[in-house]
Design a protein around this ligand. Structure first.
Ligand code: ADP
Ligand code: MG
Ligand code: MG
Length: 211
């Protein structure tokens, strides 16, 4: 398994940025069904800005890179997802402290506290048809895998599968938070855009571990 250092987080950012770019029109299409058709462009703008900013600055710890990406998302993405993802990554980065490399368990604890901060900021919980519906299953799958003796690679692969399943499972849910909640019953039958982008971000972690 690779080290979880600043190079690992940079690899994640680069894989996440290209996944978001490739899936941008799909994310916007999902958001056009139950939102305002901007999720793909919001995410693309945010990750492009974050990638450019991180390339300019020599951040030497994984925590610093995550914090930096979080700050960029908050300042460059209008819309709900920017501050929510930004808060997640800033909190996770802060939790990693200034260590040059961290353990899989430390990464997992940091991601858990980041996801908890999304729930806090969004006043949302699992089952509301939001990004939390793929983020919580991902974190839990990672926790379970690590506590069963898996290493980083296997734990992130499990997180990726759980996030994909979580995103797909938002289809029959009635939205209780965000713009989709304005639709009430009409939000049923559509996959949540944020849960979908969250699954892409988790998949990028799994790919960063494979590289
Ligand atoms: P906006 O809705 O402002 O246009 P985006 O389209 O970029 O923002 O993001 C919408 C996504 O943000 C939703 O699909 C949902 O997953 C997520 N989201 C919205 N509100 C909340 C919330 N209160 N808690 C968690 N996630 C939320
Ligand atoms: Mg939107
Ligand atoms: Mg919007």
């Amino acid at each position: 398994d690779p080290a979880i250092d600043s190079a690992f987080v940079r690899r994640w950012l680069s894989l996440a940025t290209s996944a978001i770019e490739h899936k941008s029109s799909w994310l916007t299409e999902l958001d056009s069904a139950i939102g305002d058709a901007d999720h793909g462009t919001n995410m693309q703008r945010g990750f492009a800005a974050a990638s450019a900013a991180v390339e300019r600055e020599p951040s030497n710890t994984p925590g610093e890179v995550l914090t930096h990406v979080g700050r960029q998302l908050i300042s460059s993405v209008g819309g709900a997802a920017g501050p929510l993802y930004g808060t997640l990554l800033r909190r996770a980065g802060k939790a990693l402290g200034d260590q040059p490399a961290v353990t899989p368990e430390e990464l997992c604890v940091a991601l858990r506290s980041g996801v908890d901060s999304v729930a806090q900021l969004g006043r949302s919980e699992r089952g509301d048809k939001t990004m939390l519906d793929s983020l919580y299953p991902a974190v839990e799958a990672m926790e379970f895998a690590l506590s069963s003796g898996s290493g980083l690679l296997a734990a992130l692969a499990a997180a990726r599968t759980a996030a994909d399943e979580g995103a797909a499972a938002t289809v029959p849910i009635l939205a209780r938070r965000g713009r989709a909640s304005y639709l009430g019953e009409r939000s049923i039958g559509h996959q949540d855009p944020g849960a979908t982008s969250a699954a892409l971000l988790i998949a990028a972690f799994a790919e960063a571990a494979e590289a």
